[in-house]
Design a protein around this ligand. Structure first.
Ligand SMILES: NC(=O)c1ccc[n+]([C@@H]2O[C@H](COP(=O)([O-])OP(=O)(O)OC[C@H]3O[C@@H](n4cnc5c(N)ncnc54)[C@H](OP(=O)(O)O)[C@@H]3O)[C@@H](O)[C@H]2O)c1
Length: 333
């Protein structure tokens, strides 16, 4: 099969278009013919070598976490899917590879594709949709009437998270630059802050939840706009000891996580705020709930650009520019 392969870590390492064997199917996996693959910053970060400690991939590696496609084969222990099903997924860590014509996906990580979406639209959803779900529903328990501040509302995670928070009945504040104001308002943001000209601390206070996806300075500001008892969920670090336990990290990695997050945890505690780091996981059950929300019209995909398969490196570069409005997708078939 055709695939885009990482042969050497590094910022300038282009993925190579190569002929690769179709990975062997495990008993609990489904082989998916890839029609479209979503592109995420995580793909670029793995290419650069930033995640070597957490995700020890061996090279050569086919990159790509998000897929939408058609089931062509199922392993003997698979019960819920059959050849011909239209599906989508965020593939599991250490079993990725959607920048290819075929990818095996664990049954437990797969869901039926929302009926009203094209393959490209469906491929834009899993990683960012599950991130928003795990941050707002699982970790924060966001409730009707609560105030939530979602950073970078025009990005992949933000554009989904705004819609999910709105569906849950929260009052949503977000940051973006002026050109994207109409986009985030259309997604359901109540308060829009231009991060280039305004200071969030001058606009927001007493937030119940903050979804932090930006730098350390923004993390500190987030603490100051939360109310006592509020929750700060960060997807851009620093990792906390609970995350180290969750992934059964080796002792020294757990220690590094403890040290990296010691400052923010201490300052959060002093203000009566809960701090949690989130590294999202593949989850077919949660994705099925997301399918229902999309089919019901509560959430729609936001796509910035669709690239042909041959332009996979250009698609990654576009994501890395940090300017995408919603998601970037590769059309494979
Ligand atoms: N831990 C996890 O599980 C997890 C999961 C998903 C993502 N992440 C991380 O979360 C971050 C966001 O991911 P993403 O996919 O949503 O990113 P993205 O789609 O690349 O974000 C691009 C958007 O961010 C906006 N933006 C850039 N700088 C901003 C700032 N200072 N304030 C507000 N908005 C700003 C841009 O708007 P303008 O053009 O208007 O500036 C653009 O629309 C990344 O660091 C990613 O690696 C982590």
């Amino acid at each position: 099969m055709k695939a885009f392969v990482l042969e050497r870590h590094g910022k300038k390492s282009a993925l190579r278009s190569a002929e690769m064997p179709i990975p062997e199917l495990r008993d609990d996996e489904v082989l998916v013919e890839v029609h479209a693959a979503g592109v995420n910053l995580l793909d670029a970060k793995i290419r650069d070598g930033e995640f070597k400690l957490l995700l020890p991939y061996r090279l050569p590696l086919i990159l790509g976490h998000d897929v939408a496609g058609v089931v062509v084969k199922v392993g003997p222990r698979v019960r819920q899917f059959k050849p011909g099903d239209e599906v989508y997924a965020r593939t599991d860590d250490l079993r990725i590879g959607t920048f290819a014509e075929f990818v095996p996906v664990k049954e437990a990580s797969l869901a039926l594709k929302p009926q009203g979406l094209t393959m490209e639209e469906a491929a834009s959803i899993p990683l960012v949709g599950l991130t928003a779900w795990q941050a707002l529903v699982e970790k924060a328990g966001l409730k009707k009437g609560q105030k939530v501040f979602i950073q970078a509302g025009s990005g992949g995670v933000g554009s989904f998270a705004i819609q999910l928070a709105r569906h849950l009945g929260a009052v949503v504040a977000t940051t973006t630059s002026a050109a994207n104001t109409a986009l985030v308002k259309g997604l359901g943001a109540d308060i829009v802050i231009d991060y280039k000209t305004q200071d969030v601390e001058g606009v927001l206070r007493d937030q119940d939840v903050v979804l932090n996806s930006q730098d350390g300075k923004t993390l500190e500001k987030s603490l100051r706009v939360l109310k006592t008892g509020g929750k700060l969920i960060s997807i851009s670090g620093p990792p906390d000891p609970e995350f180290g336990r969750d992934i059964a990290a080796p002792g020294f990695v757990k220690l590094v996580m403890r040290l990296l997050s010691a400052g923010v945890r201490r300052r959060a505690k002093a203000r009566g705020i809960g701090y949690a780091f989130l590294f999202m996981k593949a989850d077919g059950n949660q994705l099925t709930q997301i399918t229902r929300l999309i089919d019901a019209g509560a959430i729609r995909p936001v796509i910035d650009k669709i690239f042909p398969f041959a332009s996979t490196n250009e698609a990654l570069a576009h994501v890395e520019s940090g300017r995408a409005k919603g998601k970037v997708v590769i059309k494979v078939k």
